[in-house]
Design a protein. Structure first.
Length: 239
């Protein structure tokens, strides 16, 4: 997504609310993954996703709001500080809850990232419905969906399947599929619209040609009638 924004020098069609919610959601999930001692890959994944989400946030302010490079750099530092501070705080909080056997608190803090990420999809859904177009690339949607599927499968190979962690991945898969269906639907609608437009243009062109032929025919007929009348008049004068 970041590379796509860079290539087109725009973040149009991308909800900044979604990006902030994803940034916070992945920070929370990253802290949960560390505290719950999940696989290294599952720990690194949300950190990387949060990093790329932060890049997208900064791209919004760079391309849409035309912030200066110094303001962008300062915003990057502040976001990193916010991420690191909250990440460590949540991580230690979950570890403490696990040590104290506070299962309800651990479950809540494990489900909270899924809520942020899921809610983050809805502003993007609104933008897509409003614009009648899904700006996210098919490659990103596919990659995100497969990431959720394989991450869920990897949990099955742990000593105990973490149902709380799987909620985040399964919600992402479900909402990514909805986004993919929307992208396909709007693509078909645009294609049908173009076909109708081409048919309309052709019919108008044919109609204009017919009108032109009719007008030319009438003009030729009038010219011939005028010529005949003139000829008959000359004959009468001659007589």
């Amino acid at each position: 997504m970041s590379w796509q924004n860079y290539k087109r020098k725009s973040t149009e069609g991308l909800s900044v609310i979604m990006l902030y919610l994803w940034f916070i959601g992945n920070m929370l999930y990253g802290a949960y993954a560390v505290a719950d001692k999940l696989y290294v890959g599952l720990i690194i994944q949300p950190q990387l996703f949060a990093l790329f989400t932060m890049i997208n946030i900064l791209q919004v302010y760079w391309y849409c709001y035309k912030w200066s490079i110094s303001v962008i750099a300062l915003s990057c530092v502040l976001l990193c500080i916010f991420y690191a501070g909250l990440h460590i705080g949540i991580w230690k909080g979950i570890e403490h809850a696990i040590d104290e056997k506070q299962d309800s608190a651990v479950t809540f803090l494990g489900i909270l990232p899924a809520i942020f990420i899921a809610v983050g999809f809805f502003p993007e859904f609104y933008v897509c419905i409003k614009e009648k177009y899904v700006e996210m690339s098919s490659f990103f949607i596919l990659l995100d969906t497969l990431g959720g599927v394989f991450s869920t499968i990897s949990l099955a190979f742990d000593h105990t399947f973490d149902y709380v962690a799987s909620i985040t991945y399964l919600i992402v898969v479900l909402l990514d599929l909805i986004l993919a269906l929307m992208k396909f639907y709007f693509y078909i609608r645009r294609k049908q619209g173009k076909s109708r437009s081409e048919l309309t243009d052709r019919s108008e062109e044919n109609s204009n040609q017919r009108n032109s032929f009719t007008a030319n025919g009438k003009a030729n007929s009038n010219a011939q009638e005028s010529s005949h009348s003139s000829h008959d008049s000359n004959l009468e004068r001659g007589l």
